[in-house]
Design a protein around this ligand. Sequence first.
Ligand code: GBH
Length: 473
Amino acid sequence: SPRPQLSSDATFPAGFAWGVATAAYQIEGAVNEGGRGPSIWDTFSHQPGTTINDDNGDIACDHYHRWESDLDLMAELGIPSYRLSLSWSRLQPTGTGPLNPEGVHFYRDLLAGCIARGITPYVTLYHWDLPQALQDDGGWPARQTAYRFGDYAGLVADALGDLAEHWITINEPMCAAFLGHSWGMQAPGFKDDRLAVAAAHHLLLAHGLALAAFRTRRPGTKLGITNIIGNLNPASGSQADLDATEYWDAVSNRIFLDPVYRGRYADATVAAYGKYGLTATGEGAGAGDLVQPGDLDIISAPGDFAGVNHYTNMLVSAGPGTDGTPSWTHVQPAPSSFGWSNTPEALKAVLTRVAAEYTQLPLYVTENGVTFHDYVDPNGEVRDPRRIDYLRGYISAVGEAITDGVDVRGYFAWSFMDNFEWAEGYDKRFGLVYVDYGTQTRIPKQSAYWYRDTIAAHSPAAKTAPVTAGATA
Ligand code: GBH
């Protein structure tokens, strides 16, 4: 290929974790098999009108039955690391009580299957699929759910903790809290900011309780939380736009970063959500107050790495949103199916910010990717040059951050294969591998071959065994 693999300023340390990511409900299917209990995503996606085409995850990629060939394909594509999530309700069908042996068996086989193929698993304990029974008891807006999660984490540590070194407690509490309880576009589908803020705090508390429970049982493992971090830019230099940007930062980024890495909610976040009971530290709180004394100590107990998911670069302007709050739009909308921009410098800015302002822990980009309406051409190939451009830019940005001194240890492309994109159903294809859902055929897109070659070119082994550059499809 005449095009350079990555920018020349990008460097990657030995041992850098090159990977792909998925999540349980988005790929597994088999929702009524192996003793799995229902989750809020089963309930939500089966309500008419909640997802595009009324799609649901009943079958998804049928990964529950096809995991061996999926891992074979991953190994063939030379992908060294795999971030996957566990279905809480497959492991603990009602969110309380002992683990379901069939669920444990499935995940032990899956994780051992990764290791057998030379693929290093990175495991997320919670990627949005709360057991429905816990929702029926109040869900994330209820404090006890955080304690149920701590118990679950301890049981998982005992049952599976020997099979992976890196564990992520919670994926994107921002989406679980706000998309699920304020915007109403994700399970459980509420539109109530008070519930969303309570959910946010309890998701953070759940992270802290899980970290402690896991650490006690598996002292050698590495633990962290993954936050989605957008890059926010004021639409103009006006004071109003600067204020609006600070507001969005406070309620989308800082609400999750400050408690974990600084041990208190930011003043700007408290200013926005004090009306829903959020306080900086819970000092002096009474029984029944949202933030309790000691919560922030649990939430900010040191982890071993920080997970960063990044997709969006936003332009914030002061014009009132529907509820009188500031509004935002995407920067330079590109023709991806979500209208997302291709602005890799935003990822570099986010990584640089987290390292400069929040933590010296190693960072992992636990998700980054883009969706297009990919299709199989008459030759049976899936050509996705825009995804290759996107990945080249964003991966280069990671390498440039590393060159500048930011300690980034891994990059996981979202996603290994096309899958159930939540409220967007199967309409949005994020995969490096195309999935023909009718036949469950997997077809690596050109981007998968590009990623394979990029990994090889930027891994120590490449120096002794060079590979042919460019896509081979
Ligand atoms: C992540 O969410 C998730 O962790 C992952 O499961 C998901 O598949 C992936 O990224 C891709 O979305 O109105 O423009 O916001 C990121 C947050 C939530 C972004 C849903 C897209 C809907 C479109 N995603 N959101 S938009």
